[in-house]
Design a protein around this ligand. Structure first.
Ligand code: DGJ
Length: 714
C-alpha cells in the first residue's frame, strides 16, 4: 500500500493512513500549504481539492494563513512556528524549495506485508542566509498517526561570511491546520498535583489559546495533547482531529482560531522567551508533534492513540505489566529492612509480583530535607545494604524495584557539598529550594556521567528489575553561570534524561522503568518511548481516580496507567471507600497496591488476594485490549473476550440509572460470564444493555463489579 504519493505537476503530496489523508502542496512562491486533513482521499481527489478555491485572505490586512510550517517573515501575522534573528539583525526566513525524499522502511512486524513505515522529507533553503530546513512526515504501519518534526541547519562554516550564530527564538515541530468547520470544540487536560488529567471540553474561542508548561517537565497543569471537533462529536461519533507532542520538558501548543475561520495548532518544545544560538555547522532538531484524524468520536480517537503508543512508542508494549506493591503510602520516608520485609511478606501472600521500595532508603534521607543525591543505602535503615531485602523479595517470588530521583539534590547532602556547582542556577539570583531540593544540570556530561554510574551500579549490584524514576520539583532560576547559551539547558536536560533511560535499558535489558514526577507530572509520548508505565497521580482516592483515569485514558493506554489500591480512609482525602471499589477502579489500569498491609484485617487480606487473582485473569484484556469508555464503566475488548468494570456513584433517590449498553461485541454471538456462567446475547448487550441493579448487582453507592465475558463457540 502506498502511504505517500506525489504529483510533480501540481507539486502535491498525499499522505494516507487506512482512515485518513493529509494533502499538502507547494504554491508558486514555494510556500507549503495544507490542502486537506481529514477523511481518505485518492490522489485525483486531492488534486481536485488543490485546484479548487484556497483559503485566500480576504484583503491584504489578513496575511498568509493555512501554511504547513509558518515562519516569521513577509505578510504573516499569525503565530509563527519558526522565529529567528540573523547575525545582521534581519529576522525570519524566505524559503526556496530544494527537493523532497520518500523513504520506505522495512515492515516492522510479521503480517504487515505491504505496510511499511514511510518518511517524507521536504527540504528548503533560505534565499539569502545559510539556513536549511527539513520537514519530516512519518507514517507507520497500522497507525492513524502522522508524526511530524523539523530540522534546521546553519550550513555555513565559521570562515564564511555569515559564520555567526543565528538566534533561534522559537522552533516548533509542526503546525496542523484544520478544515473549515461550522464551529470548533477543544478538548484537553488540565490539573495540578494530585488532580492531574482533568478533561476539559470547551468551545474554541476566536483567539490564540495557549496550552503550555514552563516548568521543565511535562507538568501536572497541562498535558501536551488536544482534540478538536466541530463541537458536536460525542464519545462514540463524530470527526476528531487530535495532536500530541512527544516531549518531557517545557512545551507550548498554541491553537489559533482566526476571525476569518482558520484553525491551526502549532506546537513544540520550550516555553516562550527561551533563545538558543545556532552556530555555523549546527543543527536543531525538534521532537515529534504527532497528529491524527479519526471519524468515530473521542473514544475512537483515544483507541487510535492507544494503538499507536502500543505499537510504535512503548519499548515493551507486549509484556503484561506486573501487579506491584509500593511502600510510599505505608512507610513514607521511614523505610527499614524490617518494615519492608514485613510488607513484602504480606504483599507476596496477596499475589504481588513486583515489590518497589520507594523514597527514604538512601543516605541521610529521613524526610525531604536531606540525603537526595547520595545514592547509597542508609546505614540506619539498611545496615547491610539492600542485599538482604532484595534477596528476601526474590525468595518470596517477587521482582525487586527501587525508587530514584536522579535529577535532584538536597543542599544538605554529600553530593551537593562536593559539587555545589552542579545545580541549575543563575548569577545574582537566589535559588528557590522547592521541596528542599535543587535541580542537577544533567546536560553537563560530568553530571550525566555521575548519574549513569550511580544508577548503573545500583541496578547491577542488586539486579534491580524496576526503577520508579521520580522528579519532584519544577525548574526555577534555571541557568548555567558562564555558559554562552544558557537556555539550551531546557532542551538538553530532557534529551539527557531520555538518553540516560535509554542507556540503562540497553545495558540492562531486563530493566523496566516507571515515569513519575510527583505523581503524573511527566507523562507524554517522549517519556513513554523509554518507560513502561507512568505513575498517574499521588491521589489514590478511588473516587478522585475515576476522573483522573478518564482524562489519562484520552491519550494514554491502560497498560501504562499505574494504579494503586491504598488505605481507607484515604490518607490524602480522608474518604472511606469499600475495598472492592478501590480495587475495581485500580483494576482498570496496571494494578498496584500501596496501602499499609500490616494494618489490613485478615478478611481484607483474603478479599485483596481474591481480587488480585481476579485481576490476573482479566489482565490481558484490560492491558492489551481496546478500551471503550461508558458512563460509570470502562470496557475492554480483545478477540473473543471483553471485560467490563462498572461502578455506582451517589445519585438522589428516584433518579433512574440507565442500563449499561456495551460496545464492540458481535450481535450474532453469545457471551458467557466467566464468573457466574450466565449466557448473554450479544445483540442484547449492545442494545438493551445490562441493568445496573439486576444484572450488575450495583445496589448502593460505591458498589462496583467486574464482568468478564467470553464469546461462546459456534
Ligand atoms: C512523589 C511520588 O509521586 C510518590 O509516589 C513518592 O514516590 C514520593 N514522590 C516520594 O518522595
Amino acid at each position: 500500500m502506498t502511504l505517500v504519493s506525489y504529483d510533480p505537476a501540481a507539486r502535491l503530496w498525499l499522505l494516507s493512513t487506512a482512515g485518513s489523508s493529509c494533502a499538502i502542496r507547494l504554491d508558486e512562491d514555494d510556500v507549503l500549504r495544507q490542502v486537506h486533513w481529514g477523511r481518505p482521499l485518492t490522489l485525483e481527489q486531492a488534486l481536485a481539492a488543490a485546484a479548487g478555491p484556497v483559503a485566500a485572505p480576504g484583503s491584504s490586512f489578513d496575511g498568509i494563513t493555512g501554511e504547513e510550517y509558518p515562519a516569521e517573515g513577509g505578510a504573516r501575522f499569525g503565530l509563527p512556528s519558526l522565529q529567528l534573528r540573523h547575525a545582521d539583525g534581519s529576522r525570519g526566513v524566505h524559503w526556496r524549495y530544494l527537493g523532497h525524499g520518500i523513504e520506505t522502511g522495512v515492515a516492522e512486524a510479521a503480517g504487515e506485508e505491504g505496510f511499511r513505515p514511510c518518511e517524507l522529507t521536504i527540504r528548503f533553503r533560505d534565499r539569502h542566509y545559510p539556513l536549511e530546513l527539513d520537514l519530516h512526515y512519518r507514517l507507520r504501519p497500522n497507525s492513524e498517526v502522522l508524526e511530524r518534526r523539523a530540522v534546521l541547519r546553519h550550513t555555513e562554516s565559521e570562515s564564511e561570511p555569515w559564520g555567526e550564530p543565528v538566534r533561534l527564538l522559537r522552533m516548533d515541530a509542526a503546525c496542523w491546520t484544520l478544515p473549515r468547520l461550522p464551529d470548533y470544540g477543544l478538548s484537553h487536560a488540565t490539573g495540578g498535583w494530585s488532580s492531574e488529567s482533568q478533561l476539559r471540553r470547551t468551545a474554541l474561542p476566536v483567539a490564540e489559546t495557549v496550552l503550555t508548561s514552563r516548568r521543565g517537565i511535562t507538568s501536572h497543569q497541562a498535558n501536551p495533547w488536544l482534540m478538536i471537533d466541530d463541537g458536536s462529536a460525542t464519545e462514540d461519533s463524530g470527526e476528531v482531529w487530535s495532536t500530541a507532542l512527544a516531549w518531557s520538558g517545557s512545551w507550548r501548543i498554541t491553537v489559533q482560531r482566526t476571525p476569518d475561520g482558520v484553525v491551526s495548532c502549532t506546537g513544540g518544545s520550550g516555553h516562550e522567551g527561551l533563545v538558543v544560538r545556532l552556530l555555523p555547522g549546527d543543527s536543531w532538531e525538534t521532537p515529534v508533534y504527532a497528529g491524527q484524524y479519526t471519524a468515530d468520536g473521542f473514544g475512537g480517537a483515544s483507541r487510535a492513540w492507544h494503538r499507536h503508543i502500543a505499537d510504535h512508542v512503548l519499548p515493551r508494549a507486549d509484556e503484561l505489566r506486573p501487579v506491584l506493591y509500593n511502600s510510599w503510602e505505608a512507610t513514607g520516608f521511614r523505610v527499614t529492612e524490617q518494615n519492608q520485609m514485613q510488607l513484602a511478606s504480606k504483599a507476596a501472600e496477596l499475589g504481588v509480583e513486583l515489590f518497589v521500595l520507594d523514597d527514604g532508603w538512601f543516605g541521610a534521607r529521613r524526610d525531604d530535607s536531606a540525603g537526595l543525591g547520595d545514592w547509597t543505602p542508609s546505614a540506619e535503615g539498611f545496615p547491610d545494604g539492600l542485599g538482604p531485602l532484595a534477596a528476601e523479595v526474590r525468595r518470596l517470588g517477587m521482582r525487586f524495584g527501587l525508587w530514584v530521583e536522579p535529577e535532584m539534590v538536597n543542599p544538605d547532602s554529600d553530593l551537593y557539598r562536593e559539587h555545589p556547582d552542579w545545580v541549575l542556577r543563575m548569577p545574582h539570583r537566589e535559588q528557590s529550594a522547592l521541596r528542599n531540593q535543587l535541580v542537577l544540570d544533567l546536560a553537563r556530561p560530568e553530571v550525566a556521567g555521575w548519574a549513569h554510574a550511580r544508577l548503573d551500579a545500583l541496578v547491577s549490584e542488586y539486579a534491580i528489575d524496576y526503577l520508579k524514576w521520580d522528579m519532584n520539583r519544577p525548574f526555577t532560576d534555571a541557568g548555567r553561570p558562564g555558559h554562552p547559551d544558557p537556555d539550551r539547558l531546557w532542551f538538553d536536560h530532557v534529551h539527557a534524561v531520555h538518553a540516560l533511560m535509554a542507556r540503562l535499558r540497553a545495558d540492562h535489558p531486563g530493566l523496566r522503568i516507571e515515569a513519575c514526577a510527583g505523581g503524573g507530572g511527566r507523562v507524554d509520548l517522549g517519556v513513554l518511548a523509554h518507560t513502561d508505565a507512568a505513575w498517574t497521580s499521588d491521589n489514590t482516592d478511588a473516587l478522585d481516580r475515576i476522573g483522573i483515569q478518564h482524562g489519562y485514558s484520552q491519550l494514554y493506554p491502560a497498560r501504562t496507567m499505574s494504579a494503586w489500591v491504598t488505605d481507607s480512609p484515604n490518607p490524602l482525602t480522608g474518604r472511606s471507600l469499600p475495598l472492592a471499589f478501590r480495587f475495581h477502579i485500580a483494576m482498570a489500569g496496571a494494578l498496584g497496591i500501596g496501602g499499609d498491609l500490616r494494618g489490613w484485617t485478615d478478611v481484607e487480606l483474603r478479599q485483596a488476594a481474591d481480587l488480585v487473582a481476579r485481576y490476573k485473569r482479566i489482565r490481558p484484556v484490560v492491558q492489551q485490549g481496546a478500551q471503550y469508555r461508558h458512563r460509570n464503566a470502562v470496557q475492554h475488548v480483545m478477540g473473543e473476550e471483553s471485560v467490563v468494570i462498572a461502578w455506582q456513584l451517589p445519585v438522589p433517590h428516584g433518579v433512574p440509572i440507565p442500563p449499561l449498553r456495551l460496545a464492540a461485541l458481535d450481535p450474532a454471538a453469545r457471551y458467557r460470564d466467566q464468573e457466574t456462567g450466565r449466557l448473554h446475547e450479544g445483540a442484547l448487550l449492545l442494545t438493551r444493555g445490562l441493568d445496573a441493579r439486576l444484572d450488575l448487582g450495583l445496589d448502593s453507592d460505591f458498589s462496583s463489579t467486574v464482568v468478564h465475558l467470553r464469546r461462546e463457540g459456534d
